[in-house]
Design a protein around this ligand. Structure first.
Ligand code: NAD
Length: 283
C-alpha cells in the first residue's frame, strides 16, 4: 500500500518558472502547501513578491527570483539563487510559454517569429534543465516537469510554429527522460487544454452571450483552471509517480479523447457541427 505521505513534498525544493501568475502560480502555491520550499521565477518582479508573500502568510517557504528566462544570464542567476539559498533543487517546472509571437497563417510568419517562438517556448527549457539537472543526477533523484500544450496532440490552424516548438518539448521530455532514468531523475510533461489565465482570459475569449454554451464545448463541461494542472504537477513531482517518466499527460477535460466530437443540447454528440447547426443530427 502506498503511504499517505506519498503526496508530501516535505524537505524538497522546487523551482517553477513563470510562477507569478496563472498555471505556474497555482503549481508553486500547491507545492508550497505540500511542504516544498519554492523558488518563484517570473519576469514581473511585483508578481514574484506577491506570490512569495501569499505563500509565507499561509506558513510556507518561498524565494522571489525576478528574472526573464529567455536571457541566458538569467539562468545562472536563478540556479545560483536556488542552490545558494536551499542547497539543492529536487523539482524543476519549466512552465514559461506563450502562443502569440507569430500567431497566424504559417506562410505569413517570419524568421523573427520563429526565433521568438523558440525563445519563449523551448530554448529556456534546455537552459534551465542543463543548469539544474546535473545536481539531480549527482544526488540520484529529481523530477522535471515541462509544460507543453494539447496542441502537440492535435493540429491547430494558425499556430504551426507554436505547436512545432511545444511538440519539441514532448520529444525532449521523452528522450531526456531515458538519458537520466538510470540516475533516478524523472522527466515528464503536462499538456493543458484551454485554461483560464491572463494569457487566455476566458471572459474575453468567449463572448458573454455564448458562455452558457461552454458545457457543450468540452466533454467535462468546462475549460481548465490553473489548479487542474497543479494537481497533475503534484502527482508528477511527488512519489505518487515514482515509476512514471517520459510521458506527456493531457490535462484537458477529455478534449483529446473526444477528437472531433462535440456535445449538443440534450447530451447528444456530433462530429459535424455544421450539420447540427442545420438541424441534422448524425450523432
Ligand atoms: N492557458 C492556457 O490555456 C494554456 C494552454 C496550453 C498551454 N499553456 C501553457 O501553460 C504555460 C503557462 O501558461 P499560462 O496561461 O499560465 O500563462 P500566463 O501568460 O497567464 O502566465 C505566465 C507567467 O509567466 C511569466 N513569464 C512570461 N514570460 C516570462 C519569461 N520570459 N521569464 C520569466 N517569466 C515569464 C509571466 O509574467 C506570467 O506571470 C505556458 O507554457 C503555456 O504555453 C497554457
Amino acid at each position: 500500500m502506498l503511504d499517505r505521505n506519498a503526496t508530501s513534498l516535505d524537505g524538497k525544493v522546487a523551482v517553477v518558472t513563470g510562477s507569478g501568475s496563472g498555471i505556474g502560480q497555482s503549481i508553486a502555491e500547491t507545492f508550497a502547501a505540500h511542504g516544498a520550499k519554492v523558488v518563484i521565477i517570473d519576469k514581473q518582479e511585483d508578481l514574484t513578491r506577491s506570490v512569495v508573500k501569499g505563500i509565507e502568510e499561509r506558513g510556507g517557504v518561498a524565494l522571489a527570483c525576478p528574472v526573464d528566462v529567455t536571457k541566458p544570464e538569467s539562468i545562472t542567476t536563478l540556479s545560483s539563487a536556488a542552490l545558494d539559498t536551499y542547497g539543492q533543487v529536487d523539482v524543476l517546472v519549466n512552465n514559461v510559454g506563450h502562443f502569440m509571437p507569430g500567431a497566424g497563417p504559417f506562410l505569413k510568419t517570419t524568421e523573427n517569429d520563429w526565433e521568438a517562438q523558440y525563445d519563449i517556448n523551448l530554448k529556456h527549457i534546455f537552459r534551465c534543465t542543463q543548469a539544474l539537472a546535473p545536481q539531480m543526477v549527482e544526488r540520484g533523484s529529481g523530477s522535471i516537469i515541462n509544460i507543453s500544450t494539447v496542441e502537440t496532440l492535435r493540429g491547430i490552424p494558425g499556430n504551426s510554429i507554436y505547436a512545432a516548438f511545444k511538440t519539441g518539448i514532448t520529444a525532449f521530455t521523452r528522450c531526456f527522460a531515458l538519458e537520466v532514468a538510470p540516475h533516478g531523475v524523472r522527466v515528464n510533461a503536462i499538456a493543458p487544454e484551454t485554461t483560464d489565465t491572463n494569457q487566455i482570459p476566458l471572459a474575453r475569449w468567449i463572448p458573454e452571450r455564448y458562455q452558457d454554451k461552454i458545457p457543450l464545448m468540452i466533454p467535462m463541461g468546462r475549460f481548465g483552471r490553473p489548479d487542474d494542472h497543479a494537481g497533475a504537477a503534484l502527482f508528477l513531482a511527488s512519489d505518487l509517480s515514482a515509476w512514471v517518466t517520459g510521458i506527456t499527460l493531457p490535462v484537458d477535460g477529455g478534449a483529446i479523447t473526444a477528437g472531433g466530437f462535440y456535445r449538443m443540447e440534450g447530451n447528444r454528440w456530433t462530429n459535424a457541427p455544421i450539420l447540427a447547426d442545420a438541424g441534422i443530427h448524425p450523432g
